[in-house]
Design a protein around this ligand. Structure first.
Ligand code: SF4
Length: 359
């Protein structure tokens, strides 16, 4: 497995350092990023660690945490005849009673796009249609959306916002009674936007070792070495393993655009519930582009946790995908039951594709 690493010698050195720094008892670290989970599982990184060191996946898949209610609203808008533009990963995610792919099969106009720009283009080319972009994602996608909104898209364009913010959900998890995590591996791409400074609260207020990491296997291994050193010295701090990309302040231009267009609000995360200050909504001055304001849309009470699904436990790292009775049986990537099996960044999807269960 070490052959897959950019610098094999350095990877071997890092793995050796991890073994040397491993404490006596069990220790768990959490990451909050679907891309990190892909790297860790795909490259068998957990198999390089001593048995007492565990890396737990947290709520790092934006598709998985999009509330069923927002999917229900998108479905209702499709039923009303609007064109719904979505990322491919959202297509099959179940809402409370249906999904966007099922609505498309029934004749709804649901289109897969690669970016908000494609959705705006669609609106310009089809002036007779109302095009609604289902705008999901973390701090990484929000600046692009803000930039498009500031570029005066056409009148027949609007967005259904369901953006979520990573540091507030990390804070919420720390408040869970039996949370046994001893350090964070933070997502490098989120930190590229909001900077190291946004993560300083974790060591400074909560005494939690924190490392921002890149996405190559070696990045994650080095982040683990940094975390274990902090644990050993009992000196929690926010360190930046991904310094080739991430700065202390982050991308100030992107932050300015986000602040201009969005305001922070409390919102639900699928499988977690309401998280204070964890979502973005369009500011009043941009309400003409807010699908919730523009259209009259009512939905029945939403069902976030579907019968038999354990995604709410997988999302917060309390259950491994293989421990869900549906995993690999009634729930597979080709026939997913819960959101964590649909998305490429979902923990169950990743475990099914790259995990040990097939061996
Ligand atoms: Fe949900 Fe399927 Fe994962 Fe079970 S295996 S937690 S049903 S996505």
């Amino acid at each position: 497995m070490l052959q897959a690493y950019r610098d094999k010698a350095l990877a071997e050195k890092a793995a050796k350092a991890i073994r040397k720094l491993a404490p006596e008892g069990k220790i768990k670290f959490m990451h909050v990023c679907g891309t990190h989970e892909q790297t860790i599982t795909r490259f068998g990184l957990r198999s390089l660690l001593p048995e007492n060191i565990e890396i737990i996946p947290g709520p790092g898949c934006p598709v998985c945490v999009t509330p069923a209610k927002d999917i229900d609203i998108a479905i209702e808008l499709a039923k009303q005849g609007k064109t719904i533009a979505i990322y491919g990963d959202m297509f099959r995610v179940p809402g409370s009673r249906s999904s966007l792919n099922k609505e498309k099969a029934k004749g709804g106009d649901v289109r897969i796009v690669y970016s908000i720009r494609d959705a705006v283009k669609l609106a310009r080319e089809h002036k007779d249609k109302e095009v609604v972009f289902f705008s999901i994602g973390f701090e990484t996608t929000a600046p692009t959306v803000a930039s498009e909104i500031l570029s005066s898209p056409p009148e027949n364009f609007s967005i259904l916002t369901s953006h979520r913010l990573i540091p507030p959900v990390m804070e919420l998890l720390l408040g869970i009674g039996d949370f046994e995590i001893k350090g964070w591996i933070c997502p490098g791409h989120v930190a590229t936007i909001i900077g190291v400074k946004a993560f300083r609260i974790f060591p400074e207020v909560y005494g939690m070792p924190t490392v921002i990491a890149g996405f190559e296997p070696l990045d994650v291994l080095l982040a683990l070495v940094m975390l274990l050193k902090q644990v050993k010295k009992k000196e929690p701090k926010a360190e930046n393993e991904y310094s080739r990309v991430v700065t202390e302040e982050g991308n100030l231009k992107a932050q300015k655009m986000m602040n201009e267009v969005f305001e922070v609000c409390d919102e639900n995360w699928r499988g977690i519930g309401k998280v204070p200050n964890s979502a973005l909504k369009l500011k009043k001055e941009f309400s003409e582009y807010d699908a919730r304001e523009k259209f009259d849309v009512e939905v029945e009470e939403a069902i976030d946790v579907l019968p038999g699904c354990s995604c709410h436990l997988v999302i917060v790292g309390k259950l491994k995908p293989e421990q869900c009775p549906m995993f690999g049986k009634k729930c597979t990537p080709s026939s997913p039951h819960g959101p964590c099996m649909v998305s490429q960044e979902g923990t169950c999807n990743i475990a099914y594709k790259y995990g040990d269960h097939k061996k």
